[in-house]
Design a protein around this ligand. Sequence first.
Ligand code: G5P
Ligand code: MG
Length: 219
Amino acid sequence: MAARPLFRALIMGPPGSGKGTISERIVKTFGLKHLASGELLRTNIRQETEVGLLAKSFIDEGNLVPDDVITRLILHELKNIDQYNWLLDGFPRTGPQAEELHKVYQLDTVMKLNVPFDTIKERLTSRWIHPGSGRVYNTIFNPPKVAGIDDLTGEHLIQREDDKPETVISRLQAYEDLTQPVLEYYRKQGILLVFSGTETNKIWPHVHNFLNKKLPVLC
Ligand code: G5P
Ligand code: MG
């Protein structure tokens, strides 16, 4: 029997739309490898790599990291998971990034989370993360068992530098200006699906049903 072709998916949406939260559920249910550009950059910042030092000032201001830097980083990481089904989160988010990715990998599907901006602003100011793993909490939506402490490691949670209200506005602006053309690019390819709502728990069943038609469920 011929091997099933590898599945290449992308999740897009404005900052705080729930990409990370839904990706975690996709990974758990369908076993895709997950590569999140923001997470990768934050790891580089913590490890004080050359890329991390360069990226920090852009991220802290709510601006995008230069295309060539993030593209090189992501394409390098994708090589390591080449033999698996994967889900990209947060890359590409400009036209040039989408074109560079397309030279190497053709996506099967692009899932866009369409969440109103007012809903998003509230979520980001109540987000807490575990810096070591990138695990995400929210004091209202999915609080840790003990306030300020990671459920699995018992280590302290922190707030992301770029979740300050003024930085959130710059990030939303960058999304509007630079990422909208990417959606158009995928819409033209006929692979864009939009999932709208204000609650992840209501969006997730639709994402699940959609992926279920394409992939075997793990659990
Ligand atoms: P990131 O890390 O890619 P963003 O801004 O795209 O950052 P972010 O903030 O990580 O996206 P998300 O993943 O879409 O948001 O959302 P999430 O973390 O799952 O959910 C947000 C919060 O809401 C969480 O606390 C969650 O628990 C909660 N939540 C989820 N669902 C619900 C719900 O239904 N109700 C409620 N009440 N809460 C909920 O990128 C960061 C920076 O890195 C650089 C840029 O500088 C960027 O700003 N970067 C790039 N630069 C250039 N090119 C690229 N491709 C880049 N990628 C990253
Ligand atoms: Mg995220």
